[in-house]
Each structure stands twice: as C-alpha cells, then as structure tokens.
Design a protein around this ligand. Structure first.
Ligand SMILES: [Ca+2]
Length: 414
C-alpha cells in the first residue's frame, strides 16, 4: 500500500559555520551577527508614499534563522482548513471551513472522520467554520470553543459556540451558541474569527467590520460588534471590568475597537499582553498591541488605500490623537491570518518570536519583537506557493501550519 506519510522533506539553508579555530560560543555569536540586520525582506514598491509614524514601523531589517530546521508535509488531504490547535495527546484538532472539525495524527498523517454536531455555517465568501480553541480544562471537561458565520433570515453574523467532544470523538455534544455579533448583515466578507482564552478563563474573540462602506464605519460605533475585539465569559456574557461595561450607548462586551478584519490573536509569552493582526486595505495590514478601551483607528486612519485604488478617509490621514498606531504594518500586504508566539527552547533564536500565517503573501512571517517593537522580519516557506491560514506551536516545540489548499506542514528543529 502506498504510504500517505510526509510527501516532501525540504532541507533549508544552513548558514556558514564560520572559522574552525574559534570556540563554539564565538561561532554562535558570529552566526547571530551574520543573521541579523539583513536588508528588509520586502523589496516590492509600496502602494503609497505615506510615511510611518516611527522608525521601524514597516520594512524592518531582515533576519535569517541560523538553527537548522526542516519542513514536512504531514497531509495534503484537508478540506479548506481554517483553525488549528493541539490536543493534550499531541494530535491536532482542525476546523474545516465547510463546517466540520477533524483530528489529525501528526505522526502518521491519519485524518479522522468529520466530527459531527456543529451548527450549520454560512460558508459563502469568507464565512464558514472559523477559529477554535480548547478549554483550559480540556483534559477534564473536553470542551471546545469556536467561531463561525451563522446564517439567519436577514443575513448572517459572526457567532461563538461551545460544545463537548464526545468520548468516541465522533461528535460535539451539548452545543450552545454563546455569542452573536450584532447587527446581522447580509454580506459575505470580514467576519474576523479567532478566539483565545485568557489566564482567567475568559475569551477574547476578533470580529470583522463586514467590509462594505455602510458597515465599516461601525468599527467606530460602540453600539455594534463590527470591527471589535470582544471579551466574554464562557457563557457569552461581558467580563467584569471590561472598559465600556458601565458606559451608556456601548456594548459591554467590547474590549477594543476601530478594527477592520482581525484574524490573529495571541498573548505575548513574557509580558502577557494581547496582540492582534488585521487585514487592512491595500498596503495597510497591521500588527497591533491591544489594550482595553483603545481605538485602533479604522476607517479613520490607515496606511492603505482601497483595493481599486481610491484614497481612504476624509481627510486622508495615517495618524490621529486618540487612535492607536499599529506596532507594525505591511505595504504591500501580508494578508495576515492566524498567529502564534514561539515559546519553546527547541529553536532558541525563535523564543518569543511571533509567527504569522500569510495568505496572499504566501509565506509565514517570523517577527522578532523587543520592547513591543518589531526589530527583525523573516519569510519562511515562501517557496511553497501556499496560502497559509493558521499556525500553532506544539508542546514539543514544532510549528504546525495549515493552508487553504488543504496541507498541514510541520516545521521543526532538524
Ligand atoms: Ca489601525
């Protein structure tokens, strides 16, 4: 029988080992120096002549990983996977956009049957089954939380649900929809769609502004869920202490606002701070450091222009008092989706780096971050010609990433 095991093993470049007469510590230092402060990875022309608000906000110096690592394809047979997370036994739980979850064994590439019991999704356009996360007590409660676009009579909305994985792993039980973004809108774009737990057992969820001109302005309207990051309990209620919880004319679940289409959420492993990325317009994809109550500016300030070429905003501005600057932006765009900080010691130079799955850019962006600024950028897997949708780190220090075409890659120390 033909093996379905890893189809490809790609050996990646090793940097020179330097002068043999040097001690190994000295060699390491030389390698590190050699791999830092390369030219920026972006060499294409920018879409605009807008100037960054501070040095290093875009097109930072390139860096290159010097530790040898390898990339393997674990399977090519997923169906438009969207979210990935690791189970306690090191298998991977993956959402498929059409409306199912599956479990993949990364050792042999074996994929489970479709897990049933997920409420129907509206998978037209950018909708469907989106991100997922496990309960912090998953080993005891087997609870899974996920985001999807729910179809209703007058359109659809981003929704959050939870359910218990059955003993035989074939279905989800006691499924409950705990949150529905408001208002409902009849569109097919910009749902956001990531969900993560904070340390206190509450959820952060990213919600898009539904793209159209009539909806995008609602990213600034605290009475809607459009273009927001929300902070809710596992019952879908606003978390005590949320920034607008006692404010009239504001939805109490809102944590931050002025977002376009945020599809990446992750906590910095050292500072514990919440980071998010979002799809901006053409030339305006952003990485943001999220703080309670802050306004991230869309669609009032942006470094991008409309995809058809028009300027955005009246006046056309990139900075405004009371609106946060992105920590970093990409022009041309990255199309950032899922992201994860690397916390393992396996590849020491990656520790606390941020890895972002890029769609139209077709690579994984590795960002070196120090003191809440990006100080280096590298592109991984850029020869694969794949649209990367999500990325996660396993407990043993491997990165797993999924692509729109149905591939699951493992990136690990060689
Ligand atoms: Ca912004």
């Amino acid at each position: 029988m033909k093996s379905i095991l890893p189809a490809t093993i790609i050996a990646l470049t090793l940097l020179s080992c330097g002068n043999n007469s040097k001690s190994s510590a000295q060699k390491t230092t030389d390698q590190e120096k050699e791999s830092q402060n390369l030219p920026p990875v972006e060499t294409e022309k920018a879409n605009t002549d807008f100037q960054p608000a501070f040095e290093g906000q875009t097109r930072i110096s390139g860096v290159k990983t010097s530790t040898a690592y390898e990339t393997k394809i674990i399977t090519k047979s997923l169906d438009e996977p969207w979210g990935i997370t690791e189970l306690p036994d090191a298998r991977l739980l993956i959402t498929e956009n059409e409306g199912y979850m599956r479990i993949v064994n990364p050792e042999n590439g074996k994929i489970s049957e479709k897990i049933q019991g997920i409420p129907e999704v509206d998978n037209r356009g950018q909708g469907g089954l989106l991100g997922l996360t496990l309960s912090p007590d998953f080993e005891e409660d087997h609870m899974i939380y996920w985001v999807f676009s729910e179809k209703v009579e007058d359109g659809n909305h981003t929704a959050v649900a939870k359910g218990k994985l059955s003993e035989d792993e074939k279905k989800l039980e006691n499924v409950k929809i705990i949150y529905r973004a408001s208002p409902t809108y009849d569109g097919k774009l910009h749902y956001g769609g990531r969900v993560i737990f904070d340390k206190k057992g509450n959820l952060f969820v990213s919600i898009g502004e539904r793209s159209d001109k009539v909806t995008r302005v609602k990213a600034q309207d605290l009475n809607t869920s459009f273009g927001k990051i929300i902070h809710i309990t596992t019952e879908g209620k606003p978390v005590d202490g949320n920034p607008f919880i006692n404010k009239d004319e504001a939805r109490p679940e809102i944590y931050s606002y002025g977002h376009r289409n945020p599809q990446g959420l992750a906590f910095h492993p050292e500072t514990g701070e919440l980071w998010s990325n979002e799809f901006g317009p053409r030339g305006g994809d952003e990485l943001n450091l999220i703080e309670a109550g802050n306004n991230y500016g869309w669609p009032v300030i942006t470094y991008g222009i409309e995809y058809r070429g028009d300027k955005i905003g009246d006046p056309v501005i990139q900075q405004k008092e009371g609106m946060e600057q992105p920590v970093y932006y990409w022009d041309p765009v990255l199309s950032p989706s899922g992201m994860t900080f690397y916390v393992s010691d396996q590849i020491p130079e990656w520790k606390n780096n941020l890895f972002i799955a890029g769609l139209s850019s077709q690579h994984i962006a590795r960002l070196v971050i120090e003191n809440n600024k990006v100080i280096g950028e590298e592109r991984l897997l850029e020869d694969e010609d794949e649209r990367f949708r999500d990325i996660t780190q396993s407990k043993n220090g491997a990165l797993f990433t999924i692509t729109d075409s149905g591939k699951l890659y493992k990136i690990s120390k060689k």
